[in-house]
Ligand binder design. Structure first.
Ligand SMILES: Cc1ncc(C[n+]2csc(CCOP(=O)(O)OP(=O)(O)O)c2C)c(N)n1
Ligand SMILES: [Mg+2]
Length: 316
């Protein structure tokens, strides 16, 4: 991997982290009233996968879609405007944070119905196969989605038809406030797929390089007609399930666990691995400055965008 690519990975992860930190500020300032499910701690999955994709490839996402949307090339301006309920938003202010999409960048849709977007990804992959379009679709979803029947139906159908779809499961150990061990027979999700014959691998989801390399391999398989793959990325959500804060006080998990994962922060991991060679103070300051300038412009855009008129309720 070239230094340029590694630096790009870092920049993209930092952009997502800072963009969400600004959202927290906007939330406390009452500028944003949309529900929001933050991706803090999980940035490497979105960036590792999306950096491996081509522009024409598609992604579908979930309630926790900010990182996926931004990593695939979604507009920060439209995202902020959407969360502020303004007409300039990607869903014209009617969808909020769980309905981010940007067809021109390949963000096909995001849906908050757990597992609901998975069969849609299978559909876009089926369509590509029928039309002879060389393209893969990635379905991002959480460990909770594996508990829905439609996930297994989608897996079955895509394997039978050798569809170019990659199922990316962000296993962050929790669905809302329940640990995976209380919900599933074991916490090694990929191991449960063997009966379907789907190519399945588990990676450290906080290691952007591993995620990227495995995604490239899976894309190669799909484009050479070998069908679907399943990528289990082990990661951790550092913020509360939804909202701007933390939730250690709730007692369903402990801050000691969070501290362990904070040490595995994907940004720290990459800068440590590079030993300060690439992400030195000067580069870091420059990246931060450029990203903050983009964020400031996006905030201005969202603030100056008008509120939807009543007639918008009946328009698409
Ligand atoms: C079909 C359905 N059931 C329940 C919910 C409520 N709900 C929203 S997010 C969530 C947990 C999802 O957990 P996971 O898939 O692991 O994603 P994470 O939030 O950890 O990213 C639940 C149960 C929903 N949105 N849709
Ligand atoms: Mg989860």
């Amino acid at each position: 991997m070239t230094e340029e690519l590694l630096s790009q990975f870092y920049r993209e992860m930092l952009r997502i982290r800072l963009a969400e930190e600004k959202l927290i500020e906007l939330w406390h300032a009452n500028e944003i009233r949309s529900l929001m499910h933050l991706s803090t701690g999980q940035e490497a999955v979105a960036v590792g996968v999306c950096q491996a994709l081509a522009e024409e490839d598609l992604i579908v996402s979930t309630h926790r879609c900010h990182a996926h949307y931004l990593a695939k090339g979604g507009s920060l301006k439209k995202m902020y405007a959407e969360l502020a309920g303004k007409v300039g938003g990607c869903s014209r202010g009617k969808g909020g944070s769980m309905h981010l999409f940007e067809p021109s960048a390949g963000v096909f849709l995001s849906l908050p119905i757990v597992a609901g977007s998975i069969p849609i990804a299978v559909g876009t992959a089926f369509s590509a196969q029928l039309k002879g379009i060389r393209r893969v679709t990635v379905a991002f979803f959480g460990d909770g989605a594996v508990e829905e029947g439609v996930f297994w139906e989608s897996l079955n159908f895509s394997q039978v038809h050798h569809l170019p779809v990659i199922f990316v499961c962000e296993n962050n150990l929790y669905a809302t406030h329940s640990h995976i061990i209380k919900r599933q027979p074991n916490d090694q999700i990929a191991s449960r797929l063997s009966g379907y014959g789907v190519y399945a691998e588990t990676v450290d989801g906080n290691d952007v390089e591993s995620v990227y390399e495995m995604t490239l391999k899976m894309i190669g398989r799909s484009l050479s007609g070998q069908g679907p793959s399943f990528l289990e990325a082990k990661t951790y959500r550092l913020k509360e399930h939804w909202g701007p804060g933390e939730d250690w006080h709730l007692g369903y998990r402990w801050e000691a666990e969070g501290d362990m994962w904070r040490k595995k922060c994907p940004l720290l991991r990459l800068s440590d691995r590079l030993g300060g060679a690439l992400i030195n103070q000067k580069n870091f300051a420059l990246m931060t400055e450029q990203i903050n300038a983009e964020i400031a412009e996006a905030v201005d855009f969202a603030k100056s965008s008008p509120e939807p008129e009543e007639k918008e309720l009946y328009q698409w």
